[in-house]
Structures are given as structure tokens and as C-alpha cells.
Ligand binder design. Structure first.
Ligand code: C2O
Ligand code: CU
Length: 437
């Protein structure tokens, strides 16, 4: 514990209805005590504003680009029309420096989502352009406290200056981890919660690289939602791997005595502590979350599509426009060749609108990969390595040599990014897209 009691991250200002403005600009932020970090920010600070929207209600977010490079913003996990998906060239033209773009969509699902750019990602995400997007349930569940906790290991020195965000040696393996582990930009902060209260704890892994192994000193902590989607039956948290891009909602009943604590940890390292303060709450129980309207896959009539995730033997750098890049990874023998205004590669697969597909995801590498799809939500069905109770997810973590099957109903027309969420992996080959027509 460091004695600080931060309040919940500032909420963005809704002016009329759900209207927000995100100004993307460089800013110096304080992550290490006494140090200044030349970050990239939303609205001038870190943590980024928490955007709160409501299920089934339109939200409008103006993004103003004050960087000296183009950007776009992607709403991770949202099943929304392609035009709002925030991928350069595939769904919109990049937002150039000095320009603005209005994103407008109606969230079909309630839960814990997030937002980040989809350009120059190693740097833009790595330097701080990551934030939480919370979609409140149409009918609010009865929690006494709701904590939004963004996990990120900053690549910084003790004086706050940046260390390397990537090196080829690491991109070729697990990615480059940051040095300073933070929750909402602080090192193992403590939050006050009402004694005896029903607490919702939302973890978001907004890091570029690290897989957090989340566990708790509370043996009764319950997993209530994965990647934003409530699970049918809550399960007790033991240790849950959270790869980049993934979210985990936990429900805990705070100890009834004042000054008691619950600590959440990554392996043995404390991430965040909850400490109880006086309340009049008694006999509280965890509310049940309503399920999201994810279309049920029609498994009897599904078509299986196979995806092999492999190491690419090609380790010599490619030189393009004076820049050096690498192709370390390949999906179905293809490494992402990049995209520009005049050039969009062919899709990795084409799906027929309305049909169910079973993706067979084979990780043939010695490293883990969180595989993310845009615009759709998987129903994860089976793994060759562990027992699975089917659940919904937009980012499926494949362990080494693991084969997972996950179904989806291709109900959202468009060209949807499909990539590993370890940012250095997507930059070195593990990126593609899928077309739904
Ligand atoms: Cu967090 Cu392409 O996504
Ligand atoms: Cu990967």
C-alpha cells in the first residue's frame, strides 16, 4: 500500500445526452513519483477519461487529432457498424493532424469495453492512448461500488522517460514488457469501498504485451463477466489469465469490518487493494447480470474455417518507404503486408452474412497469442488443453500449441480486423481481416 486513496477515474463530460470529446495530444503525465513521462493522451492526462454509455442508446464521441501523425479510434468489443470501427482505410480515412471525426453508435451489449487507436499502435497505445468504455445495463444492477481498473506496464525509466517500446528480439518472442506495473497509472493503489458492500471490480488489460495472472486474497471473489459479457453462471476466481485486450469483471462482497482489505494480484505481485470504510450495508449479495444479446450460433449448420497461427521463418527485415519492419508471424501462411489508401490486401476469409462459422484456431508457436476479432463476438466452445464452459469473448487467448474452436454468427457486414492483440505481434505479421458479405 502506498497510502494514497485515489477516487474512481474521472468520467468524461457528457454535455447533451451522451456526447463526449476526446482530444488526442501529447502531454506530460506523472506515472513515477517525481518523474515526468512524455506521453500521448486523451484530454491531457492519464488515466484516460472513462466513457460511459448506455446499452441501446446512441453515443456520440468527437475525436480531435492534435498529434503530428494520423490516427483513428477503435471501440474494442463493440458490435457496431463497420463505418464506426475505427480502422484506417478499411473502415474510414485516417484522422489527419488538426482534423476531427465523429464516432456515433448504439451499443447492443452492456459491459466493460475499451478504446484505442488503430494506427502506429506500438507507439500510440504504448505511450498512453488507451481508455475504458463502460456500457451500462439498460437496467442498472444493484452494486454498491463499481471500480474501473486499467492495467498497464509502462515502458519507462525511474525518471519517467520512455524505454524501448519494442525490439526485434522481443517482437519475435513474447513482446517487450514495460517496467512499471500500474493500475489507472498508479503503482498498486488502494481504493475505499463500503464495508459489507457488493462491489463490481472491472479489470481491463490495456497493455501492449503483458498477460496478467489475476488472483485475489478473497477466496470468494466471483468472475461475473469475461470480455464485457456476463457469464451464465458466476465462477469462483482462482487465477485467471488476462492477455492484452481482455477484460474481467469480478464481484466481491467487501468485508463487514472497517479497515479490512482485499488485494488483487498478478501472480504474487499486488495490483490493487480495496479497503473498507464505514457503511450501513448488511447482508448484501451479488446481483445477477443480464446476458448480452449475442446471436446464438447454429452449430448444426455451421461451416468450419481453419486458421493456423505460425512462426514465419523470414527474419530478415523488410525495407519499405525507408522504414525497416519484420514479418515474424503468419496466419494461414500470410503475414500482414500493411495497408494504404490505394492498397488493401485480400481478406483472409470471406463469410456469408447470417451464417454460423466455427473457427478452428491452431497456435503452432511456442508463445501465447490473444486473438481478437472486430465487430463480432465469439462463443468459445472447446480447447485441446483445458475444459471449457462455453462463454462469449472478443479476444481468445491461445496458449502454446493450443487449438481452440470458437463459433460466431457472421451477422455484421463489413471488413473486420482479425489479429493478435500483443501489439508487437500484430505489427510483425499477426494481422489480417475477414470480410462478411
Ligand atoms: Cu483492441 Cu483491432 O483491437
Ligand atoms: Cu501474438
Amino acid at each position: 500500500m502506498n497510502g494514497t486513496l485515489p477516487r474512481i477515474v474521472l468520467a468524461a463530460q457528457p454535455s447533451a445526452g451522451f456526447d463526449y470529446e476526446l482530444i488526442v495530444a501529447p502531454a506530460n503525465v506523472n506515472i513515477v513519483p517525481g518523474g515526468s513521462t512524455p506521453a500521448l493522451s486523451f484530454n491531457g492526462g492519464y488515466p484516460s477519461p472513462v466513457i460511459r454509455a448506455k446499452q441501446h442508446q446512441p453515443v456520440r464521441i468527437r475525436v480531435v487529432n492534435q498529434l503530428n501523425e494520423p490516427t483513428t479510434i477503435h471501440w474494442h468489443g463493440m458490435r457496431i457498424p463497420i463505418g464506426m470501427d475505427g480502422v484506417p482505410f478499411l473502415s474510414q480515412t485516417p484522422i489527419m493532424p488538426g482534423e476531427a471525426f465523429d464516432y456515433e453508435f448504439t451499443p447492443p451489449d452492456a459491459g466493460t469495453f475499451w478504446y484505442h487507436p488503430h494506427m502506429n499502435s506500438v507507439e500510440q497505445l504504448g505511450k498512453g492512448l488507451v481508455g475504458a468504455l463502460i456500457v451500462e445495463e439498460a437496467e442498472k444492477p444493484d452494486f454498491d461500488e463499481d471500480l474501473v481498473l486499467c492495467m498497464k506496464n509502462w515502458h519507462i525509466n525511474d525518471d519517467g522517460s520512455f524505454t524501448a517500446l519494442t525490439t526485434p528480439q522481443n517482437a519475435f518472442r513474447m513482446g517487450t514488457p514495460g517496467r512499471v506495473m500500474t493500475i489507472n497509472g498508479q503503482t498498486s493503489p488502494t481504493y475505499e469501498v463500503p464495508a459489507g458492500g457488493a462491489i463490481r471490480v472491472r479489470f481491463l488489460n490495456v497493455d501492449n504485451t503483458v498477460v496478467y495472472m489475476v488472483n485475489s486474497t478473497d477466496p470468494d471473489a466471483q468472475i461475473i463477466a469475461i470480455d464485457g459479457n456476463p457469464i451464465a453462471q458466476a465462477v469462483t476466481l482462482k487465477q485467471h489469465p488476462m492477455a492484452p485486450g481482455m477484460r474481467l469483471d469480478l464481484g466481491v462482497i467487501a468485508p463487514s469490518k472497517v479497515g479490512e482489505t482485499i488485494t488483487f494480484k498478478h501472480k504474487n505481485n499486488p495490483l490493487v487493494t480495496l479497503t473498507t470504510v464505514a457503511s450501513h450495508l448488511e447482508n448484501r449479495s451479488l446481483p445477477k447480470l443480464p446476458l448480452n444479446p449475442i446471436p446464438a450460433p447454429d452449430l448444426d449448420n455451421a461451416e468450419t474455417v481453419k486458421f493456423a497461427f505460425e512462426w514465419n521463418a523470414n527474419i530478415t527485415p523488410i525495407k519499405k518507404d525507408g522504414k525497416v519492419s519484420y514479418n515474424f508471424w503468419a496466419m494461414n501462411r500470410r503475414s500482414w503486408e500493411g495497408m494504404s489508401k490505394g492498397h488493401i490486401p485480400a481478406p483472409l476469409a470471406t463469410l456469408e452474412r447470417g451464417k454460423t462459422y466455427i473457427f478452428e484456431l491452431s497456435n503452432l508457436t511456442q508463445y501465447h497469442h490473444p486473438i481478437h476479432i472486430h465487430g463480432h463476438t465469439f462463443t468459445v466452445l472447446h480447447s485441446n488443453k483445458k475444459d471449457i464452459i462455453p462463454f462469449h469473448s472478443d479476444t481468445v487467448l491461445l496458449g502454446k500449441n493450443e487449438i481452440v474452436t470458437a463459433a460466431l454468427v457472421a451477422d455484421n457486414p463489413g471488413r473486420w480486423m482479425y489479429h493478435c492483440h500483443i501489439i508487437e505481434h500484430l505489427k510483425t505479421g499477426f494481422m489480417s481481416y475477414i470480410e462478411v458479405t
